[in-house]
Design a protein around this ligand. Structure first.
Ligand code: DC
Length: 233
């Protein structure tokens, strides 16, 4: 049976992947899978069990345990958002804070963690009609995905977006600190030996520095519809 495309949206932190993948999935009627949330859940579960993010084998055991028990679940909310549950506890808010972002970046460099989470992503995406957002979807998780995009923006633009997000939440961050963190995370995510952040050869580069979200969404939706037509689905 013909299946709808797998849409891979990779790129660095702050490029707008989350908003774009939510909107694209909504417009196409596809399921969205936020793969960064899986790494954030591993960081949170490790911290709660008192396991340091630098303890490769300890963190790998946590990831394997979560994967084996299918303890991480996503629950779609009507507005395109989703709840993230770990052992039925709603951790959607906790996994979003800055510390868990750093933790996720650390644990995602551990090979055992990546392989523990790989099957989970493949099982959920294999039937198509899915938008996966991450770092290595087009290169490692689904190298044969029919629609691949590498969404990026300059580090300063990405840091400014993150700054605004924190200000909107009532926090008073320092822009300089955020720029430094964005650059640190880029370096760590793109220089790790396993599944580094890298544009797939056949992915389309979309630079959102000077585009608004609507333009990016419209472009991606049009591309996917053209691919659907080619596939006859
Ligand atoms: O997209 P995000 O900010 O929620 O991702 C958190 C971290 O997880 C990020 O620093 C890199 C890592 N990650 C990854 O290595 N591979 C993915 N497919 C998704 C995220």
């Amino acid at each position: 049976m013909k299946r709808r495309p797998i849409v891979a949206i990779d790129g660095p932190a702050g490029a707008g992947k989350t908003t774009v993948s939510q909107r694209v999935a909504q417009e196409l009627g596809y399921v969205r899978l936020d793969t960064g949330a899986l790494y954030r859940c591993v960081a949170l579960a490790s911290a709660r069990r008192g396991i340091d993010w630098s303890d490769d084998s300890g963190v790998t055991k946590v990831a394997e345990d979560l994967a084996k028990r299918r303890a991480i679940r996503f629950q779609a909310l009507g507005d395109g958002n989703q709840k993230v549950l770990v052992d039925a506890e709603d951790v959607s808010v906790q996994i979003r804070d800055q510390a868990m972002g750093q933790g996720a970046s650390r644990v995602s460099a551990i090979p055992g963690v990546r392989s523990a989470l790989l099957d989970m992503q493949r099982v959920q995406g294999s039937e198509g009609g899915v938008v996966l957002e991450g770092r290595d979807i087009g290169t490692v998780v689904f190298p044969d995905a029919e629609a691949k995009f590498f969404l990026t923006a300059s580090p300063v633009v990405r840091a400014e977006r993150r700054y605004q997000e924190l200000v909107d939440r009532g926090q008073s961050p320092e822009l300089e600190d955020i720029i430094r963190e964005v650059k640190e995370r880029d370096t760590r995510d793109s220089q790790r030996p396993v599944a580094p952040l890298k544009q797939a050869d056949d992915a389309e580069l979309v630079d959102s520095s000077n585009l608004d979200i609507e333009e990016v969404v419209t472009h991606i939706v049009e591309r996917v519809r053209a691919i659907e037509a080619e596939l006859g689905v």
